[in-house]
Design a protein around this ligand. Structure first.
Ligand code: GAR
Length: 321
């Protein structure tokens, strides 16, 4: 298995979600490890459990500090731990925009409601008072707006006729403990998920002018020009011709550029099977460290090779200035 993703957990209290993460991380195939448990409350019970499990802990009270100053202290501790992701588990602090920006797409939160319903506090009573049949929990990416980022996964929990906030909360908590570790595992391995990779390529290929998608011998492919006379500028090869890897196939300017790329990074580029001396090159997308800006650039360069003159003419003129 590739290196495990390193996780810092922030909490303010009990830490039962942290415990669920810690025990999930002990399973042999878990793709993440917990490298730090940090708190704004020196007495948070969750810290004791983490210590007992030999996980590094850090605590720094927010009292007397501005939000920004406290967040910088937490951020520094997280960076020192080597963590690549921040997982909020009952961290009852609103985070500064600066902190959220630093961890954009790398910070997850769990919230005890079916978002976008019932952001903020008192979620259980609000669901009961509204007469809802179901409540639940959501794992989402953290953005500056409270409880508002893209939802990664949710679990519904039935509301019973005699539920009060406490009884409902305790059942939702069981669902949280299932949902959070499995969603985190999926998220940290997303770059190896063929569907995620296809989505990333598709979005970039179709952002170019006059493009459409058309499968070619079962592989997703993208063409420029009209639906009838369009030409392929990209394919996604997925063990297609027996290759072990997932790769993007794009056109270079010719054999010289193809050779130069392979020379520069033979782990990333290779000559795709059955494309002969045509200047097509394969770029691996399953290394877990894909530079997606580079992929956008290569898609554009390939698009330019085959796009109709009327589309490239304007670009060629603009390039002269
Ligand atoms: C959990 O129920 C979590 O969903 C909630 O705090 C509890 C923490 O419990 N989080 C929020 O309300 C965030 N807005 P825990 O400390 O036992 O994990």
């Amino acid at each position: 298995m590739a290196d495990k993703a390193k996780i810092a957990i922030l909490l303010s209290g009990r830490g039962s979600n942290m415990a669920a993460m810690v025990y999930a991380a002990k399973l042999p195939d878990c793709p993440f490890e917990i490298v730090l448990v940090a708190s704004n409350d020196l007495k948070a019970p969750g810290l004791k459990l983490a210590e007992a499990e030999s996980i590094a802990t850090f605590a720094h009270s927010h009292k007397g500090l501005t939000r920004e100053a406290h967040d910088i202290i937490m951020h520094d501790a997280i960076v020192r731990s080597g963590a690549e992701y921040v997982v909020l588990a009952g961290y009852m602090r609103i985070l500064s925009d600066g902190f959220v920006r630093k961890w954009a797409d790398h910070m997850l939160n769990i919230h005890p409601s079916l978002l976008p319903k019932y952001k903020g506090l008192d979620t259980y009573q609000r669901a009961i008072d509204a007469g809802d049949d179901v409540a639940g929990c959501s794992v989402h990416l953290v953005t500056p707006e409270l409880d508002d980022g893209p939802i990664l996964a949710q679990t519904e929990v039935a509301i019973l006729p005699d539920d009060d906030a406490d009884s409902l909360a305790s059942r939702i908590l069981i669902a949280e403990h299932q949902l959070y570790p499995s969603t985190l595992a999926k998220y940290v391995t997303r770059e190896a998920d063929p569907d995620w990779i296809l989505g990333q390529v598709r979005q970039r290929a179709l952002a170019l002018a006059e493009t459409h998608e058309r499968p070619s011998f079962g592989a997703p492919g993208w063409r420029v020009g009209s639906k009838t006379t369009g030409k392929y500028f990209a394919y996604l090869a997925q063990s297609h011709h027996g290759e072990a890897s997932i790769a993007l196939l794009v056109k270079t300017t010719g054999l010289d550029e193809q050779a130069a790329l392979i020379d520069a990074d033979p782990d990333l580029y290779y000559i795709p099977k059955f494309y002969g001396k045509s200047g097509w090159i394969a770029i691996r997308l399953d290394t877990g460290r894909t530079d997606w800006d580079h992929i956008s650039d290569r898609l554009y360069a390939s698009w330019r090779q085959v796009a109709p003159k009327r589309l490239t003419k304007m670009i060629a003129i603009a390039d002269q200035f």
